[in-house]
Write a protein that binds this ligand. Structure first.
Ligand SMILES: Nc1ncnc2c1ncn2[C@@H]1O[C@H](COP(=O)(O)OP(=O)(O)OP(=O)(O)O)[C@@H](O)[C@H]1O
Length: 261
């Protein structure tokens, strides 16, 4: 069931700070993600986006504060089938990787490729449905390593969708996907959000291309600089010009310089 069941925030952060060694990477981050929201979380390179996602997923423990998923502290949370995750490094299969699209997506149910042989009919149907929902049915029995980066990324979305999560977290999922496919990709995510009532959080360092698709924007650069709806974001010229381009930080002689690419 992918209907919104309650008004409990799928994600809540309370005064979260994080350090790698003595270096502060996140400072006093607090926000709630409402059920049914489609959040674009944006920030330049090194602004702490991936670190924040790792805290939300319980892979890193915050130095201060706490993260909650569906009202539970992440450290106590166990209903992981409610949460799908696609990372920026997902499309790293080489051409020799010996698994079909069907097998990779079935990993979303059992975590292991080999188990696909024992899938029940209902499980197989779920796998086919997930593959269809990302428009990859004609590649079902193709080897994943032979697909393009964009196609592989769709397969990883299908793997994250197969357990019918209520919350889908995507960390820069369009790295390596060409511009035309990026637009299709965002439309597909909007469809999941609007039709399946799934809550989405999409991490990117370029909000420009996706600001039409999201309901809310969070701007992160160690602290939260903005959290509001996408219209407020777009109508704030300072924010949208800083966060609306791909911004990378290049260090020259200990000075930081912004580079818009
Ligand atoms: N394992 C680590 N050990 C030490 N420092 C780290 C580690 N991982 C990340 N950092 C540093 O923490 C800061 C935040 O990194 P993070 O990966 O969270 O940023 P990001 O916003 O996701 O960046 P990008 O857009 O480049 O992926 C960066 O300065 C990075 O160099």
């Amino acid at each position: 069931m992918s209907q919104i069941k309650s008004q409990i925030a799928p994600i809540e952060l309370r005064n979260v700070s994080f350090q790698y060694g003595t270096r502060n990477v996140l400072e006093d981050i607090s926000f709630q993600v409402k059920p049914g929201a489609f959040i674009g979380l944006v920030g330049p390179n090194g602004s702490g986006k991936s670190t924040l996602m790792k805290i939300i997923l319980g892979l890193l423990k915050p130095g201060q504060g706490e993260a909650r998923l569906f009202g539970e502290k992440v450290s106590k949370f166990h209903k992981w089938d409610k949460v799908g995750f696609v990372s920026q490094k997902a499309n790293s299969f080489n051409t020799g990787f010996p698994a079909t699209v069907f097998e990779v997506v079935s990993m979303g149910l059992f975590g292991k490729v080999g188990l696909f042989r024992f899938l029940k009919k209902t499980h197989k149907e779920k796998v086919h449905q997930a593959i269809k929902s990302v428009g990859m049915e004609e590649y079902t029995y193709q080897n994943i390593g032979q697909l393009s980066g964009g196609q592989q990324q769709r397969v990883f979305i299908a793997r994250a969708l197969v357990s019918d999560p209520e919350l889908l977290i995507l960390d820069e999922p369009t790295v390596g996907v060409d511009v035309k496919n990026v637009q299709q990709f965002y439309s597909m995510l909007r469809h999941f959000n609007q039709e399946r009532k799934m809550t989405l959080i999409l991490v990117t360092h370029d909000i420009g291309a996706m600001s039409d698709y999201v309901t809310d924007v969070i701007c992160l650069n160690k602290t939260i600089h903005f959290h509001g709806n996408s219209h407020e974001f777009a109508s704030n010229p300072d924010l949208s010009s800083f966060y609306g381009h791909e911004v990378s930080m290049i260090t020259h002689n200990h000075e930081h310089e912004e580079v818009h690419t």
